[in-house]
Design a protein around this ligand. Structure first.
Ligand code: SF4
Length: 349
């Protein structure tokens, strides 16, 4: 078990080993606890950014997340999700998009220069196969940019294999937390084991996996354990760390929000553990617009090399392209600038 108090030598040894690629749970906890002091946090971030620069370089691509392409049918909704809000204007943020609206949002994002698209929807235990296949086919008529999907464990084995053949990657399934009790508390309508089984299905099918771990569910130790649990799934290519932010009207509206510095330290440890993954803080722009302030910080802590810059929702679009470009340039990153060509009809707006 790692110590709560971490002296300089122990921290330095753990950091040296981590830079050499050796990160287990004990050394991750040592790095996490030891970096509660600002000067050590700066060393941790510097080491993680150095690994990122060496392995991935300092180029950055922007992505668009299109919400919600499928309705979430979980009952009850997750306690932190705007869908569980009793305030209609808040829960409406996650209303499902019509196909036409999703395609309009994608065309907008293409004009803004994003280089990949992620289609984000809710979880439907009865399956979203037909809807997802139709959407992917229609999106492919508009663009051949890299396309990912994030609808949780809502897809059959046949559709997962179809998505793999269609080169839809990654296929996300957020673990959120590996702590069963914390998961059940936060997500009473969801099933951690169904999520893990789905991740295994994606692995077996030859797909690429995306995963999200949430800072704010369970303890900091749980967060690190969840991040390192990605090792169970060697096909993981994308890993994000979200930071719990209380949403008005939800059962967790009064819960203390997750601390950004905790997410950043966990992110840096994740970079040392997984040098070549796409890593970053998860974007929840509608629920927490302050997240944008973290772009510069996460790049300094080893994030890269894709950032969500355009978020499309039913009733709003969040366009952070210009501000991310500014912050990325200040951190010494090059961003792929050319807008991606769209195929098919031109969005009249
Ligand atoms: S699975 Fe996702 S969309 Fe559904 S309630 Fe939970 S957080 Fe919200």
């Amino acid at each position: 078990m790692a110590r709560t108090f971490v002296d300089d030598r122990t921290f330095g040894d753990a950091l040296g080993q981590a830079v050499a690629g050796e990160v287990d749970l004990e050394s991750a906890l040592t790095l996490f606890r030891g970096s509660s002091r600002p000067e050590r946090a700066a060393r941790l971030f510097g080491a993680a950014a150095g690994v990122r620069d060496r392995v991935l370089g300092r180029t950055l691509e922007l992505s668009a997340h299109i919400h919600m392409v499928t309705r979430c049918e979980l009952s009850a909704s997750c306690k932190y999700c705007s869908l569980s809000s009793t305030i209609p204007s808040v829960s409406d943020e996650r209303s499902p998009l019509a196909l036409r609206e999703a395609l309009q949002g994608i065309r907008y994002a293409l004009r803004r220069g994003v280089r990949s698209i992620v289609l984000v929807g809710g979880t439907d235990p009865d399956g979203s196969d037909e809807q997802v296949r139709t959407l992917v086919e229609r999106v492919r008529e508009v663009t051949d940019l890299p396309l990912g999907i994030d609808v949780g464990p809502s897809l059959s084995a046949a559709t997962v294999r179809w998505l793999v053949r269609e080169k839809v990657r990654p296929i996300y399934c957020s673990m959120e937390t590996i702590n069963e009790k914390a998961f059940a508390d936060a997500k009473p309508g969801d099933d951690l084991w169904a999520r893990l089984a789905f991740m295994e299905l994606v692995e077996r099918s030859g797909g690429r996996l995306g995963n999200i771990a949430m800072n704010g569910l369970g303890s900091a130790d749980d967060l690190l354990e969840t991040i390192l649990a990605s090792r169970r799934f060697p096909h993981t290519t994308h890993l994000h760390i979200s930071t719990f932010h209380p949403v008005p009207g939800t059962p967790w509206e009064r819960r203390r929000e997750g601390a950004l510095p905790v997410s950043l330290r966990a992110l840096a440890i994740a970079r040392l553990a997984f040098p070549n993954l796409e890593l970053g803080l998860a974007e929840v722009g509608v629920e927490n617009p302050g997240d944008l302030a973290s772009v510069h910080s996460q790049l300094l802590a080893g994030a890269g090399n894709t950032l969500a810059a355009v978020l499309v929702y039913k009733r709003m679009r969040v366009d952070n392209v210009d501000r991310i470009r500014e912050q990325a340039a200040a951190a010494g990153f090059d961003i792929s600038a050319a807008p991606a060509p769209a195929r098919g009809a031109i969005d009249p707006r």
